[in-house]
Design a protein around this ligand. Sequence first.
Ligand code: G4P
Length: 531
Amino acid sequence: MKYQKEIRKRRTFAIISHPDAGKTTLTEKLLLFGGAIQVAGAVKSNKIKKFATSDFMEIERQRGISVATSVMTFMYQDIFINLLDTPGHKDFAEDTYRTLTAVDSVILVIDSVNGVEAQTKRLMQVCRMRATPVIVFINKMDRDGKNRFDLLEEIEKELAIQLHPMTWPINSGKEFKGVYNLHDKNLRLFAANTKGVEEELISVENSGDKILTEKLGEKDAATLKEDIELVDTVHGELNNKEYLAANVAPVFFGSAINNFGVKEMLDTFIRIAPTPSNRETSVREINVHEEKFSGFVFKIHANLDPKHRDRIAFMRVCSGKFERNKYYHHVRLDKDIRFSNPYSFMAREKSMLEDAFPGDVVGLFDTGNFKIGDTLTEGESFFFTGIPTFSPEIFKEVVNKDPMKTKQLEKGLLQLTDEGVAQLFTQHGGNKKIIGCVGELQFEVIQYRLLHEYGASVQFNSLPFYKACWISSKDANKLNEFIRFKPGHVGVDKDGYLVYLANSEWFLNTERNNNPDIEFNFTNEVHKNSK
Ligand code: G4P
């Protein structure tokens, strides 16, 4: 229990949302509260939806290794907050899913006008897989949004999670008057663009308090009274255990752009959000309080500047204390390495780090040693589990346009897929290389990077696959038979696992029904549990 004090101070989380719901804006407001930035507009949005690929490349190059915004560490009320950024563009969703393996909780932003959107659902699926505790922030209350009760019902139904309102809005859009804090029993009146200075809190005795009529007018005070009574009857006090078990999500209403309702959420967040906890590995559970260091790599970021071909591996500390210049065991490579200039992500700048504790993220300079999911320890051999690979959604065959550069192409493909930019499959019984991605933009990025970083010129030919399913069976004969009858539809991923490449959902369901002895999975563990 040597580092208990440090562990208790850590909160490591990510903000997730459908693009445009307000993730960047909320991030910025949180950083303002944490004193990590001084002015609004300092956080560059990492969304690239409005740009073409060439612009994206240019942005990436200018940002250099954009680690500074990948993890943001700041202090708030004596708590170390590690906020892990996730890409705003849906084509890079897999990067987001992997980042979620490194956090202890998430804040989900929902646009009050649009409600639950496609990406919200997918992200929540990933959170559910890992039972990650969720706090919901319903944003843009200054716009005419959906009816608050309908919205809550929609979120509960669509995301299959029970909600627990912590604040309650008084109207929305032009009529938005503020939020009532159900937990602390006070009222905060809405004022646009508060720039960090919020209106005073008004204490409220009970739902019938005259102060409500005085501040809100008779009609809105009456509606609020009714709402509070209804919400109180249905929800009562928040059961923290249920939140930590990811069964219940506390909900806050606000407007990120106006810095309204954000502080309420942040204050609650540091009070209830989970501290780093134990993690499963391939051989045993690692207790977060163990003295010996362990950690895993969840993201690799390449520098797109050809003059600086370095990469940064992002490692989450899971137990013990990480120290600069100490030798650690790289389990997959079975070798000991030390890091003389690890990065920390305190405030705006990346700076040299001397030590780090569970929940912290360390940036490690990498010259090609790391793959996503790699584990570092003080000597023991195990892998952290629960780092899944997801099925890509677009598949293309890689055609080498310059046979003289075959070696470079192979190296490039391996390195880019180690970074997790895309997934690489090889056709079973053949040589065809297939790249699988979540979005079209990734193919353009790969093509560009292969050419500029490895000198390999490729063309992509579309393939008619809809999903890749990892297949396995206890009956080896059944599996072999299945593979034999599906030429062209079976591939092997980079780690040697078999995948079935389905043309459509119908085909997939048919195969599933016809082959009850074969397991079809849309995700695969980077490291299987060998217990
Ligand atoms: P994202 O990272 O989730 O993609 O969303 P982002 O914060 O970039 O916000 C998307 C748009 O929504 C931005 O407008 C932002 O200003 C706006 N927004 C965020 N919070 C609120 C809010 O509480 N109320 C209202 N009315 N708007 C909000 P934009 O026009 O796309 O970009 P910009 O030109 O303002 O940067």
